[in-house]
Write a protein that binds this ligand. Structure first.
Ligand code: CU
Length: 116
C-alpha cells in the first residue's frame, strides 16, 4: 500500500504537477462527432485545460484572422495537440485563443478559449 501511494505521487509529479491539483477543465472529442466539447470555454488566468483528442482530431491554435476566414495555419507559438494526444495546456495571460481541428474545420470544428 505504501509503495502504491508513493508510486502514485511519483506518477503525478512526473505527468504534470497541475494534474494533481486537477481543476478538471477538459476539452474532449469523440470519433463519432465533429466538435470540441465544449467548443467555447471561459477560464481564469493560470488555469490548465486538458485537451483529449481521439485519433481523428487535432487541436491547433490559429490566429483570429484564420478563425474568421476558415484558415488552418498554426499560430506561431500557439498550442498544438496532435491526433490521439492528451495534453495539458496552461494559459497564463488574459485574452482569447482560437483553435481548430485541421481536417474538420470545414464542418465547423472550431473552438475558443477565453482567458479572463
Ligand atoms: Cu476533427
Amino acid at each position: 500500500m505504501k509503495y502504491l501511494s508513493k508510486f502514485f505521487l511519483l506518477a503525478c509529479l512526473t505527468l504534470a504537477l497541475a494534474a494533481c491539483g486537477d481543476s478538471g477543465i477538459v476539452v474532449d472529442t469523440s470519433d463519432r462527432s465533429m466538435e470540441f466539447m465544449p467548443a467555447d470555454l471561459v477560464i481564469n488566468v493560470g488555469d490548465t485545460v486538458t485537451f483529449q483528442m481521439t485519433s481523428t482530431h487535432n487541436a491547433i491554435e490559429i490566429s483570429k484572422e484564420s478563425y474568421d476566414t476558415g484558415g488552418i495555419d498554426a499560430l506561431e507559438g500557439g498550442f498544438q495537440v496532435t491526433y490521439g494526444e492528451t495534453k495539458d495546456v496552461t494559459f497564463t495571460e488574459a485574452g482569447v485563443h482560437y483553435y481548430v481541428c485541421q481536417p474538420h474545420v470545414t464542418v465547423g470544428m472550431l473552438g475558443t478559449i477565453t482567458v479572463q
